[in-house]
Design a protein around this ligand. Structure first.
Ligand code: DGJ
Length: 751
């Protein structure tokens, strides 16, 4: 396993536990991509691509007489620009003549232990010291533009990271108008594209469709990775299932505008190009200057979508998330947002906290509205000092009372934004993005700060450090509630305005880096109107992200299902909220809400004071159950047991460790004369015995006693892993509105 170079053949081989990645320097010096897929042995793969003259596909100049060696046909590792490859390109680089051309030829390479780092962007780390790095250096002779292709090989994890570094090695300025992170050519095979689209409060809806002979685009131009298209796609065999089939994932470690295009060309060959969105982008490179692209995480799983997801889950927890909270046990929290919105004072918050503490909740989070002149969402952003009308004496008296209840205290902030009605905006109107001479498009009546300006980042560093230093704050929810328009920086010259949106992200990352290093014990939760920036870039700073503003348990099922393809349970912020639900008006059983929220970081977001005694008893029981199942939920292997697009009746999923398993099912559509609910469990040891130690049925209209008569599976029963996985189990018949089942199994023996 690892990285090998065969100097005779000019062949690079990257080998991971289950996959091989081959590329070769051809006789002209171009770096060709030969293969990425299931692990293979030796053999000359260049024979896969014999010369063939395809009409209207240009030939390299030296081959113009013998024809058939075309940049438009050969699989490329990273394309040049405007030199005969008509497929999707990685790069547009314009020189001082206005000419856009680049033809990269191999210069040298290095292979070394450890993982390369990027200067200003988040990237996978190698704290467990198992990665290797390959850097291939190429150069365009005419402009002097140098290209370094960076590869981080995490062999055991079956993940290869990629990024590109462009350096102007010439003597005249260059203008990058596009700079993708990677190109992935899959010359053979027919693929389905899976992507995760959505909207505010309905993020990451999984969609799967066969690729056709066209260009398919998954992108965001919103200055955020967005609710609308997650920067993560999967290409899989047309027949791939959860358990079988070849699957490729490409996930960007980036939180701004992004673009992934997938083209099926004239020969049926598939090319994927992914990276920064090029709309409105340009970046000046003076001689000697460099530009780094965001990193992409490539994972290939020859064994199905479930295995691909589990590899990403592990990789994100181990190699993207950082700091003490990566594996630390997260507190069960109560957030006051849906309980009070902007209308609270110290007493209201303390009342909520007292009730919560009595039920076992471990942390109170004070959401929006505690600062500046913030009584609604039209003012106050930017003024990060306490609103003493609501909290007389400031935050400290409140925090002391919360801490005296045995609870931690957390707080909400939205640092990247400013209200027009704020002291910050009045002092620094030029710190906001607005176009000269135009009234800006508003979002939630707020403007976006120009985070590319160092003085803005310095100001926020000071203000937020002060907030965290002066108060005993153990958690921060970092929100971002509008997308970016009117992108224009008052600090950049006209020719550099195309840099503003990416500089914004670099500024955000710089600020996050400073704060998370200075306050390593604070747990940060990301948020962007819910999951509008749920991506691996943010997860490098925030080990958890509020998954969606939609807290309806039934809608959360598809949101969390889609999220699970790339992101681990430990990253998914999820709360039990009130009924009727504030987003949908739907009523669901309290236990069903908890079963869904438990497949996340788990907390509550409602006025617990309004619950009946029976509901309070249930909340206590839920928190106890979550704490008991914490290990299997957060550290277990995650298995999707249903596909909501194919089986609208229920959603089921399971987590499993070496010693226990937890099966969850929510009935989303009850039926008359219902068909049996039959499930095959996954991930168990075939020969081990498992005891059903707890079976909870929630919210069904039939009493549990009746169920135990009807049930095929019941508490106390013992089954072998193979029985549960291959014969499966039939669950009790459920009825009514959105009942759920939670089944806990303990491994009792190996035989
Ligand atoms: C959007 C978030 O997603 C909500 O949870 C809440 O924090 C509001 N913003 C507050 O303005």
């Amino acid at each position: 396993m690892g990285i090998h170079f065969d100097s005779g053949a000019g062949l690079f081989t990257l080998e991971t536990a289950h996959t091989s990645y081959h590329m070769q320097v051809d006789e002209r010096g171009h770096l060709l991509h030969l293969y990425y897929g299931r692990r293979i042995g030796q053999g000359c793969l260049s024979t896969l691509y014999p010369p063939a003259d395809h009409g209207f596909s240009p030939d390299y100049y030296p081959n113009r007489r013998d024809r058939g060696v075309s940049p438009d046909v050969l699989p490329q590792e990273y394309t040049g620009c405007n030199v005969g490859d008509f497929r999707l390109g990685c790069l547009v680089a314009r020189d001082e003549h206005g000419a856009a051309g680049a033809d990269f030829l191999y210069v040298s390479h290095t292979i070394r232990p450890g993982k390369y780092a990027l200067n200003d962007l988040p990237a996978a780390h190698d704290e467990e010291e198992e990665a290797e790095t390959l850097i291939v250096c190429l150069k365009d002779a005419v402009t002097g533009l140098e290209l370094e292709l960076l590869y981080g090989v995490f062999a055991r994890q079956d993940v290869i990271t990629r990024a590109a570094r462009l350096r102007n090695g010439g003597s005249a300025p260059l203008r990058l108008e596009k700079a993708a992170s990677l190109c992935l050519d899959l010359p053979f095979g027919q693929w389905d594209l899976i992507h995760f689209h959505g909207r505010h409060a309905m993020e990451r809806q999984m969609q799967r469709a066969p690729l056709t002979n066209a260009i398919h685009t998954v992108s965001s131009t919103r200055g955020a990775s967005s609710h609308h298209h997650n920067p993560f796609v999967i290409l899989c065999d047309r027949s791939a299932t959860e358990d079988a089939g070849l699957c490729y994932g490409v996930m960007l470690v980036y939180s701004g505008s992004h673009r992934t295009d997938i083209e099926v060309d004239q020969n049926g060959s598939t090319r994927l190009v992914s990276g920064l969105h090029d709309q409105g982008f340009c970046w000046y490179l003076q001689p000697g200057e460099s530009f780094e692209t965001p990193e992409a995480l490539l994972c290939c799983a020859p064994d199905g979508l479930g295995a691909l997801s589990r590899r990403y889950h592990r990789f994100i927890r181990h190699n993207i998330c950082r700091g003490v909270w990566r594996f630390a046990r997260r507190p069960v929290l109560i957030n006051n947002w849906e309980a009070t919105y902007f209308h609270f004072d110290t007493e209201t918050i303390c009342r909520i906290a007292e009730k919560a503490a009595s039920l076992g909740v471990e942390m109170l989070v004070l959401d929006d509205g505690w600062f500046g002149k913030r009584d609604d969402d039209n003012s106050g952003l930017g003024d990060w000092y306490v609103n003493e009308n609501k909290l007389p004496g400031g935050l400290n008296p409140l925090i002391e009372r919360i801490n005296a209840l045995g609870m931690k205290f957390g707080i909400w902030i939205e640092p990247e934004m400013v209200s027009e009605d704020s002291d910050l905006y009045r002092a620094h109107p030029d710190w906001a993005f607005t176009l000269p001479g135009r009234a800006p498009a508003m979002g939630r009546d707020q403007l976006v700060l120009d985070m590319g300006r160092p003085e803005v980042v310095d100001h926020l560093t000071d203000v937020l450090s002060d907030l965290l230093r002066r108060h005993h704050i153990e958690y921060v929810k970092w929100d971002m509630n509008r997308n970016m328009s009117d992108v224009y920086s008052r600090a950049l010259p006209p020719e550099r305005q195309g840099e503003a949106a990416h500089r914004y992200m670099l500024g955000v990352y710089r600020l996050l880096n400073r704060l998370t290093i200075a306050f390593p014990h604070v747990l940060f939760e990301g948020c962007a109107g819910g999951g509008g920036r749920f991506d691996a870039g943010m997860l490098a700073y925030f080990p958890q992200i509020w998954c969606s503003d939609n807290t309806d348990a039934i809608e959360r099922l598809t949101i969390q299902h889609g999220t699970s393809f790339g992101y681990p349970v430990s990253a998914v912020g999820a709360h039990v909220s009130a009924c009727p639900n504030h987003q949908t008006g739907r009523n669901t059983p309290l236990w069903t809400r908890a079963v869904v929220a438990m497949s996340g970081t788990f907390g509550y977001e409602l006025d617990l004071g309004r619950l009946t005694d029976e509901e309070c008893r249930q909340v206590k029981e839920q928190i106890a159950a979550f704490k008991r199942y914490y290990d299997v939920i957060q550290n277990g292997q995650y298995y999707r047991l249903s596909d909501p697009s194919r089986e609208p009746r229920y959603v089921a999923w399971q987590t499993v460790t070496d010693s226990e398993a937890l099966l969850n099912l929510v009935l989303t559509r009850p039926e008359g004369n219902a068909r049996p609910l039959h499930l095959c469990l996954r991930g168990l040891e075939e020969d081990a015995l498992y005891c059903v130690d707890t079976m909870r049925l929630y919210g069904t209209t039939v009493t549990p006693e009746v169920h135990s008569v009807q049930a095929g599976i019941s508490e106390g029963a013992v089954y072998s892993g193979s029985t549960l996985m291959y014969a499966g189990c039939t669950l009790p018949q459920l009825s009514g509105d959105y009942p759920s089942v939670q089944l806990h199994l303990t491994r009792v023996t190996n035989h």
